[in-house]
Ligand binder design. Sequence first.
Ligand code: UD1
Length: 370
Amino acid sequence: MAETVLITGGAGFIGRHLAAELLRRGYGVRVLDSLIDQVHGGRGAPEGLDPRVAFIDGDVRDAAAVARALDGAGSVVHLAAEVGVGQSMYAIDRYVSVNDHGTAVLFQRLIEAPVRRVVVASSMSVYGEGLYATQDGTTLADVARRPRRPGEPWDPLDGEGRPLRPRPTPESKQPALASVYALTKYMQERLTLTVAPAYGMEGVALRLWNAYGPGQALSNPYTGVLAIFASRLHNGQRPMIFEDGEQRRDFVHVADVAQAFALALEHPAAAGQVYNVGSGEDRTVREVARMLAAAMGREGIEPEVTGKARAGDIRHCIADIGKIRRELGYAPRRDFREGLAELAAWVAEQEAVDRVGEARRELEAKGLVA
Ligand code: UD1
C-alpha cells in the first residue's frame, strides 16, 4: 500500500503545493494545520487543498492532535511554523513556542509511533550572512553585520573599507543565528537530526531560500517579500524596499520547493543530511520589485526605497545548490520570468488586503526598523 505522508502546516503555501506533488507521486496525504488567522485570514476551512487530502484541524503543540494526525502515517514533512523574520524579533514567545515547542511535541509523539522519515523545513536564515569574497578573491565565512552609521555603505566591508561580494553559500558554512526566527529554525533542524536516528527514523533538513509562487498569503504583511510587493502593487501602492534594495536573495518557485521535499522524502541518500534549496540564481530586492511590477502591468508604480533596515535581516545570502543537485538529482525547472508571469496572473484574480503599512508601523514603534 502507498505510504501516507503527514504534512504539518500543510494547509499553507508550500504545504498545498507539496500535497499536490505527493498525490501525483501516489502517496496518501494527511495535513495537520491550525489555520492561523495571520495566514488564513480567519477562514475556518483550508482553501486550495486537494480534496483527496485528509485534513485535521489542530495545533502542532497539541499532543492529542499530533497523535491523531500521526496514526497510520509512514513519513512526516514538518512545515508547521511561524515564518516572519521581522515579526520574530518582537513575537518572541509565539515564535519559540510554535516552532520549537511544536517540534518537541511532534518528536515526543514520534517516540511512541516512529515513522520511516521526517523531513523538516529549515531556512537559509540559519547561515546569517552568507559567504563573501574579498576583492582579491579570498573567501570569508565569518562576516557579521555590524550596526551601520548613517552614510556608510550597506554592504559588509573588508579591513580597508572595500565592499565584500556575496558568494554562493554551501551547507558547510557554520550557522550564525541573527534573528529569533533563525534560532528557532536551527533548533527545529537539530531536533530532527538528533532525535530521529535515536529512534530508528531518518531525519532530513532542507534549508529553503525565498519561496514564491501562486498561493502565497497575500494579506499577511509578514510573508515573503514577493507576496508583499504583489499585494502592494495589486492595490496600486508602492512596494516599500528596506535598506537600498541591493540586498541579494535566491527566489525559488514553490513547485521546485515541492520537488525538493519529494526527493528528500524518497531518496535513500538523503537520510541524516542537510540540503540547500534554491533556484541557483540570485537577484536583488530592487530588481525583483521592478520585474514584478512589469509582470503585473504596473511599471508606473515605482518602489519606495526607505533606506532603513529591519532588525534581524541579513544583507546577502545566496544559495549553492550543488549538493542537492548531485546527491538527490534536484533540478529547478521554473524560469524566474515565467514564475513572475504566473504569479501576476494569479494575483490579478485575488483580493489582497494591504496591511503592510500597519506592519511597518508596528516594527517602527518597537524600534525594529532603523
Ligand atoms: C524568508 C522567509 C523565511 C525563509 C527565508 C528563507 C518570509 C517572511 N520569510 O526570509 O521564512 O526561511 O526567506 O530564505 O517568507 N523586504 C523589503 N520590503 C518588504 C519586505 C521585505 O524590502 O516589504 C526585504 C527584506 O528587508 C529582506 C528581503 O526583502 O532584505 C527579503 O525579505 P523576506 O521576504 O522577509 O525574506 P527573508 O528575510 O529572506
